[in-house]
Design a protein around this ligand. Structure first.
Ligand code: G3I
Length: 506
């Protein structure tokens, strides 16, 4: 079960203001009562104004997007050739995709969209334990292979999700198996059958899914992080909390087996949700990964962390681009890949402002991956709103319920084109126009290489003075910056962090 991140920061919400409803004036005499009544209603109206202000402040920020600056914001999208150019720019294949199950509705739409927009397939459900080993010891990869075959038919790559998860297990699991049987027989047998059966072309596998708890705290050991989850197999599945597997051997065994049978280029990932920043759960996932490496000797350059990224388009409902970039950089230092594995972004109301905010967040996550050396898989979970596990009304995907592209789809296409063109990384658009304003010129043609010269300026407040340009190496933006936000000829304003952007040679 995904618990969308609680707002970490943000303006006081109505709930937080609500206790102030309770202020009443205790009065003793009639005249005082009348005065008090007047005062009470004055205070009540003041509180109402404060709540309204709070609600307005809670509204999404105005955002600046690439699609406001020359990139297509309507019409047919075909980014297949752009994805090829992105891979060339990256120096390795950039796997940009979505989920598919063979029983999904509107097969013709899927046939088309995985030729024109997505080029990487993940089986939403067909490769999970309930589908792939319905009875103990009997491997049935029919659905998983059919999904992979769909990918191959349309020239898409394929990633495996997943070989171990406490959810969507077959009916014979968890059963009453001992820890030893689970660790030494059942888990390695399943992992081997699935990974061997799916072949060596799989780009990456979620070897274990969602093993870290949601109540973890900084400083926990890898074992404490996993025990905090309180799910099978560390405890029995009867809800009694009875210990079962009392160490991380089940994880080590899954990874050792995966490493033995996976292709030489297949990355082996630990995948989880509500991770990506400098928080306790992300630290735990990294600790578990380090523990896996230490106890299996699998080289770091075969390991990966999948950041599911089931987000909400509201303050605190997502990680900032700088937080993501910092985490990706930490992993890069280890030689570990970062992957965005299940992106979707729920919006509170399906209106233009919220859909633009969604587009800004999506663009920032994609840019964080594009401009990182160790992020080469970006998967969007469920390709269209009517098929989203979050419900149609969440409007959480790139395409609407009729299969038409939303602002986020156009913005994603623009970010890919911008990267492919070798342009500077845009500033963090989800921060809002008070921090990040995209300025760009040029025109693009849909679906082929872009000729846009899109620069970025990040400035704070109402934006810097017009008509001036910062010299090479000079500051051109950042929180609190009130100077020039344009740069001298031959240089572009490049964000170094949320507080400092600098004019660097183009
Ligand atoms: O296949 C049966 C069908 O025979 C039956 O008639 C129908 C009615 O109950 O259920 C069908 O199974 C459903 C399955 O999706 C296939 O459609 C399950 O009920 C339903 O629970 C399952 O939901 C999936 C969910 O994982 C299960 O936890 C979602 O599609 C899938 O998007 C979601 O994906 C997970 C990732 O694997 C891990 N990260 C979180 C993400 C969202 O929960």
């Amino acid at each position: 079960m995904i618990v969308p991140m609680a707002p970490k920061v943000g303006p006081a919400t109505e709930r937080e203001l609500r206790p102030h409803y309770g202020y009443f004036f205790i009065c003793s005499f009639h005249s005082i009562l009348r005065a008090c009544a007047a005062m009470s209603s004055l205070v009540a109206s003041f509180i109402a104004i404060a709540i309204f202000a709070g609600r307005v402040a809670n509204a999404q920020p105005a955002v600046s997007l690439l699609i406001d600056n020359g990139y297509p914001s309507s019409g047919t999208l075909n980014i297949a050739s752009v994805l090829t150019q992105v891979s060339a720019k990256k120096g390795q294949t950039f796997h940009f995709g979505s989920t598919y199950d063979t029983y999904d509705a509107d097969q013709s739409w899927f046939d088309s969209i995985f030729q024109t927009f997505f080029k990487h397939v993940v089986s939403e459900n067909g490769c999970k334990w309930d589908a792939t080993e319905p009875t103990q010891g009997t491997s049935d990869l029919t659905e998983c292979l059919a999904t992979q075959s769909f990918a191959t038919t349309y020239g898409n790559s394929f990633r495996g999700h997943n070989t171990f998860w406490h959810s969507q297990t077959p009916s014979w699991l968890p059963g009453s198996f001992s820890a030893s049987t689970l660790v030494n027989t059942i888990i390695p047998q399943h992992v081997q059958a699935e990974i061997q059966g799916m072949g060596s072309s799989v780009t990456s596998w979620d070897v274990v899914n969602e093993v870290v708890g949601d109540g973890v705290s900084n400083g926990m050991t890898a074992l404490q992080c996993v025990q905090n989850k309180g799910d099978w197999p560390t405890v029995t599945s009867d809800g009694s909390g009875t210990p079962l597997v009392t160490d991380l051997s089940f994880i080590y065994q899954a990874f050792k087996t995966a490493y033995t049978y996976a292709g030489a280029n297949t990355r082996l990932a630990i995948n989880d949700y509500n991770t990506g920043g400098q928080d306790a759960k992300t630290a735990c996932v990294i600790a578990v990964l380090e523990s896996i490496q230490a106890n299996t000797s699998i080289p770091y350059d075969r390991l990966a962390i999948g950041f599911q990224s089931h987000l909400t388009a509201s303050t605190g409902g997502f990680y900032t681009k700088s937080a993501l970039a910092s985490t990706f950089s930490t992993l890069a230092a280890l030689g570990v890949n970062a992957m965005i594995t299940e992106m979707d972004i729920e919006v509170n109301t399906d209106n233009t402002a919220n859909l633009r905010y969604q587009a800004a967040i999506w663009g920032d996550y994609l840019d964080a991956c594009l401009y990182a050396s160790n992020c080469n898989e970006f998967i969007n979970w469920d390709p269209r709103d009517d098929l989203s596990w979050r419900g149609t009304s969440a409007a959480a995907t790139l395409f609407d319920s009729n299969g038409n592209p939303k602002p986020a789809a156009y913005e994603v296409a623009a970010r890919l084109q911008n990267y492919a063109a070798g342009n500077a990384e845009p500033c963090a658009t989800s921060s809002g126009t008070s921090v990040c304003t995209i300025t760009g010129t040029g025109s693009t043609t849909t679906g082929s290489s872009s000729s846009t010269s899109s620069t970025k300026s990040s400035s704070s407040g109402s934006g810097g003075p017009t008509g001036c340009a910062s010299a090479e190496w000079g500051q051109c933006g950042g929180m609190g910056w009130t100077g020039c936000t344009s740069c001298a000829s031959g240089t572009t304003c490049q964000e170094q962090n949320a507080y400092y952007s600098q004019c660097l040679p183009s």
